[in-house]
Design a binder for this molecule. Structure first.
Ligand SMILES: [Zn+2]
Length: 388
């Protein structure tokens, strides 16, 4: 009897996989990006900061409903060979000519999505359309931030090819959630991007460069952990979810935390630089005209000054000013209990009803890899609403 139940039990064991920075990371990056803006834009963005922070996760929330959304969040560069950044044309048209649009869609389009949304944001600035400016700024913010995550640049996005399932969520959700107080958030100010295309590709190449350590350090720590100590299990909606334990995360953070912190600190500057570049390219329109009332109130001004000071002194967490840490009601108290934000990254793949594709890939140091497709259905987040 027990034997018969086993396959079912295994089928219900869903690893916690996350689609981008967890909600926590996206929200943090968005808030800090507002501080990194130049003064001509900052008041407008500060006025709308809470909304931007909230909308920063909207692209992930759309994934289960919008079939065109999936491929916008990543690019599996290792699919394109050993020297993918040398081989891949940076411009979309040239990349399509070399690899076809279907292939690009399958393996991800994040760099071109960033550039496309940046153009749309430029148009929204020209039109003075506040709603569009906010929505597109949040989208642009999300995709730029995703490009900062190493695991968004590989087919082995959740360690599923190297028996390291759950590493995606460990890296981009669990570590920032547990160790944010140790990470410095005093990011650099925004710069105008003379070549946005080169800028986003640079981000991706840097992310890709961190992949070796991301996997190797997990494997190294793994040697010291028994399975019982390595993982923790949570039960929700009839499913058992497995994720890395706090003890494992602590060890992983000792060696990888600096890298996570570095990406978390770099992302807001790049986000703000993309916002700034779109605004400049639109002719630097007066954003005060879009504000009603057009100036920050005394109260708002004081809040902004306090927050900017806290940001520069790296005190946002200590002074409880980080919006991502201000839990919406009904939120779990333990960050490790937030699987909701961690919908699996569905395959950069064709139809959901296709059979699981098994792919074996040999890499110098990684050993044999088996690629198992995650079914689209698994990407459904039962309580997305939690992420508000
Ligand atoms: Zn994403």
């Amino acid at each position: 009897m027990k034997k018969a139940l086993l396959p079912l039990a295994l089928a219900l064991l869903v690893p916690v996989i996350s689609p981008g920075w967890g909600f926590f990371g996206h929200r943090t990056i968005t808030q800090v990006a507002v501080y990194a803006l130049p003064s001509g834009m900052q008041n407008f963005y500060f006025r709308h900061m809470a909304q931007l922070v909230k909308l920063s996760t909207a692209p992930d929330e759309r994934r289960s409903d919008d079939p065109t959304e999936e491929s916008k969040h990543f690019i599996d560069m290792d699919h394109f060979g050993d020297n993918p950044f040398g081989l891949m044309p940076k411009a979309y048209d040239k990349a399509v000519a070399k690899y076809t649009a279907d292939t690009l869609k399958k393996y991800g389009t994040v760099p071109w999505t960033v550039l496309d949304v940046k153009e749309k944001l430029t148009d929204a600035f020209k039109e003075g359309d506040t709603t569009a400016i906010i929505a597109l700024s949040a989208d642009l913010d999300h995709y730029v931030a995703d490009a900062f995550v190493p695991l968004h640049t590989t087919e082995n996005y959740d360690g599923q090819l190297t028996k390291q399932q759950g590493i995606h969520s460990l890296w981009e959700s669990k570590l920032p959630e547990l160790f944010i107080a140790q990470y410095k958030l005093d990011s650099e100010k925004a710069d105008y991007l003379k070549d946005p295309q080169a800028a986003i590709w640079q981000v991706l190449q840097a992310s890709y460069g961190f992949l070796g350590a991301t996997f190797d350090i997990e494997a190294e720590i793994n040697k010291k952990f028994s399975t019982e100590k390595k993982y923790t299990y949570s039960h929700k909606y009839g499913k058992t979810r497995r994720s890395y334990s706090d003890d494992f995360a602590k060890e992983y953070n000792k060696k990888v935390g600096g890298m996570v912190a570095y990406r978390l600190k770099g992302a807001p500057t790049m986000v703000a630089s993309f916002w700034y570049t779109a605004w400049k390219d639109a002719g630097s329109p007066d954003l005060n005209k879009l504000m009603h009332p057009s100036k920050l109130s005394k109260d708002e001004k004081e809040q902004l000054d306090t927050q900017l000071k806290a940001w520069k002194e790296n005190q946002l967490v200590d002074q409880s000013l980080l919006l991502a840490l201000q839990k919406p009601e009904a939120a779990p108290t333990n960050p490790a209990d937030i699987p909701d934000e961690n919908a699996p990254k569905a395959p950069a793949a064709p139809a959901a009803d296709q059979p699981a594709k098994v792919k074996v890939k040999q890499k110098q140091d990684d050993g044999p890899k088996q690629k198992t497709k995650v079914k689209k259905d698994d990407a459904k987040k039962p309580d997305d609403a939690f992420g508000d």
